[in-house]
Write a protein that binds this ligand. Structure first.
Ligand SMILES: NC(=O)C1=CN([C@@H]2O[C@H](COP(=O)(O)OP(=O)(O)OC[C@H]3O[C@@H](n4cnc5c(N)ncnc54)[C@H](OP(=O)(O)O)[C@@H]3O)[C@@H](O)[C@H]2O)C=CC1
Ligand SMILES: O=C1O[C@H](COP(=O)(O)O)[C@@H](O)[C@H](O)[C@H]1O
Length: 591
């Protein structure tokens, strides 16, 4: 057994691996690095997998070496009342030498033959394995209807595994080791018999250890409930925890979403359900609360008093290629706004939670969602991309996709102005913009501050005073970074001001590659950390906000504004922003 895959160890008293010293000492390549960031206990935090990610580092803006490790912290994890067994199970993982029964984690990827499994789930599991984040005893099963042998699954999976840029050492070996832990079981999603057979195989691998089981539902939503029913009744763990990661879409409106929740809850307790929103697993989204709550310079400004508007912008430079059939039933509002952007908004706008515990954070997020003003159709612009030819290349329109009806009105772009009717955010427009087949791929949060009252330097700043407001930009992807636009004196004898950036570009500041969102979320699910997963009341509130708007758009058969593939989207989005006295930040020249 490789030293990287040492047992997970977490007790209430120690957030770290118990056997970390042997982990470090047993691997020469790691030992040589250990002086770089040794903790007071001499533990090389960078080299430890679990929750070294939670370590806080004080960063200086612009690139520099002056960063100081201020403190290492780890979320104080608590399971809900129904997960006491899972806590016990986690605890037992570490007791491998203490005479207690060892535990094991079996991860079943349901829908293993599919796109998401290949593209994201298996690569994320491999990355966790590579980082030493999976427990010593684990097994991965692919489950789907397609006929495949273990060898064929391994062959399929191996094609999408990648080595980390900064850690290619032994990668080939690691892949081999990882693939040996992957197996495949062919079965129908609604067959108890096939899940009983899976259970039998899992038990063989578990070898009498305390078993913890994670099912990842990477299948279309119409078969979620069948699969959960079979997994829970025929393949649940008898001794440890059983958790199920559910992929979006969680319904397509309030009614279908609550029906789904109700059906899932026939077979699972709420705390067994991990509704994934992979945007919550993105590094910069995870950092949002750190930025705000651990920097005195931001938290006091985080209100209507200083913030003029906030923008959440998602843009993709490709269309629905290959997913038109799915997409046409949902559209961009359901695909991106109701979940990813709204989740980020809730995190952004919430009050200070009592603690970093999942329930405290989710309680605050839900309050934000429930304080939101119903969205008015007049505050929404929808668009759909059309074919365009550029440089001799013809790009398809949305309805050119064979799986999309020719007369489809499904929006591939939307912009909306939302409001939170509470004391902190009264009157502040929260603008969202999301679109496919636009000119660029990016996701960012832009916070535009108010004008400086009575600014002494107004006349030195040119005529457009809107260009002198401070703006904090959190670039979620690509080129992850945070920058703050400030007014600055242009060096020289005169007194002319320009806007410059205090810039924290992650690739320049941190040498470590940023983990994929799915890695963080899978690890959280294994650890029973629910903070980044959506609770059912959050989901209800999110649908409660968007369902009336979606119904209105559909009932009125609102015609989307067409925009050329690869453009900046419909002009209507600018009128919408202007109506609220706002200019989209992503149009500025600082991009
Ligand atoms: N792909 C992506 O980028 C993203 C996907 N998601 C969500 O993740 C889940 C999985 O996505 P993805 O992998 O793209 O899905 P796929 O359409 O690739 O489906 C996954 C697997 O499910 C089985 N399957 C497909 N259609 C049916 C059907 N009608 N009845 C029974 N089984 C079926 C197939 O396996 P077999 O035939 O072998 O049984 C297929 O390989 C979905 O809920 C999706 O909405 C969320 C975000 C992004
Ligand atoms: O959930 C979804 O997200 C992807 C974009 O994810 P990203 O991590 O690549 O930014 C989007 O393409 C897809 O339509 C949507 O379902």
């Amino acid at each position: 057994m490789s030293s990287f895959s040492t047992s997970l160890s977490r007790t209430s008293s120690s957030p770290f691996f118990l056997n970390h010293s042997s982990l470090i000492n047993s691997d020469p390549s790691r030992r040589s690095l250990s002086f770089l960031s040794a903790s007071p206990q001499g533990i090389n935090l960078d080299e430890l997998c679990v929750r070294s990610q939670r370590k806080l580092v004080q960063s200086s803006v612009a690139v520099g070496d002056g960063a100081v490790i201020t403190k290492s912290s780890s979320a104080d994890k608590k399971d809900g009342p129904l997960s006491i067994p899972s806590q016990e199970a986690d605890k037992l993982v570490i007791e491998s030498n203490g005479g207690e029964k060892q535990s094991t984690v079996s991860i079943t990827v349901v829908g293993a033959s599919g796109d998401l499994a290949k593209k994201k789930i298996f690569p994320a599991l491999f990355a966790l394995y590579y980082e030493g984040c999976l427990p010593e005893h684990f097994t991965i099963y692919g489950y789907a209807r397609s006929k495949m042998t273990d060898a064929e699954l391994r062959d399929m999976v191996s094609k999408t595994l990648t080595c980390r840029i900064d850690k290619r050492e032994n990668c080939g070996e690691k892949m081999e080791e990882f693939l040996k832990r992957c197996f495949y079981h062919t079965g129908q999603y609604d067959s108890q018999e096939h899940f009983v057979a899976l259970d039998k195989k899992l038990k063989e691998h578990e070898g009498g250890r305390l078993s913890n089981r994670l099912f990842y539902l990477s299948i279309p939503p119409n078969i979620f409930v069948d699969a959960v029913k079979c997994a829970s009744s025929s393949a649940s763990s008898a001794s440890g925890w059983t958790r199920v990661i559910v992929e979006k879409p969680f319904g397509r409106d309030s009614k279908t979403s609550s029906a789904l929740t109700k059906s899932l809850k026939q077979y699972l307790e709420e705390d067994q359900i991990f509704r994934i929103d992979h945007y919550l697993g993105k590094e910069l989204v995870e950092n949002l609360s750190v930025l705000r709550f651990s920097n005195l310079i931001f938290e006091p400004l985080w209100s209507r008093q200083y913030i003029q508007n906030v923008q959440f912008i998602f843009s993709e430079d490709f269309g629905t290629e290959g997913r038109g059939g799915y997409f046409d039933h949902y559209g961009i509002i359901r695909d991106i706004m109701q979940n990813h952007l709204l989740q980020i908004l809730a995190l952004f706008a919430m009050e200070t939670p009592v603690s970093l515990d999942a329930e405290d954070i989710r309680n605050e997020k839900v309050k934000v969602l429930r304080s939101m003003r119903p969205i008015q159709l007049e505050d929404v612009v929808i668009g759909q991309y059309k074919s365009t030819t550029k440089g001799g290349v013809t790009y398809p329109g949305y309805t050119d996709d064979k799986t999309v009806p020719k007369d489809s009105l499904t929006p591939t772009f939307a912009a909306a102005a939302l409001f939170i009717d509470n004391a902190r955010w009264d009157g502040v427009p929260f603008l969202m913009k999301a679109g496919k087949a636009l000119h660029t791929r990016s996701a960012e949060i832009r916070v535009q501050f108010r004008h400086v009252p009575g600014n002494l330097y107004n006349r030195n700043s040119g005529t457009n005073l809107d260009r002198t407001t401070n703006e904090l930009v959190i670039r979620v992807q690509p080129d992850e970074g945070i920058y703050l636009k400030i007014n600055n004196k242009v060096p020289g004898l005169g007194m002319r001001l320009d806007q410059s950036h205090l810039n924290l570009l992650y690739s320049a500041r941190y040498s470590k590659e940023i983990p994929d969102a799915y890695e963080r979320l899978l690890l959280d699910a294994i650890e029973g950390e629910r903070r980044l997963f959506i609770r059912s009341d959050e989901l209800d509130a999110a649908w409660g906000l968007f369902t009336p708007l979606l119904n209105e758009i559909e009932e009125k058969k609102t015609i989307p504004e067409f925009y050329p593939y690869g453009s900046r989207g419909p002009v209507g989005a600018h009128y919408l922003a202007a109506k609220h006295n706002v200019q989209w930040g992503d149009l500025s020249l600082d991009k």
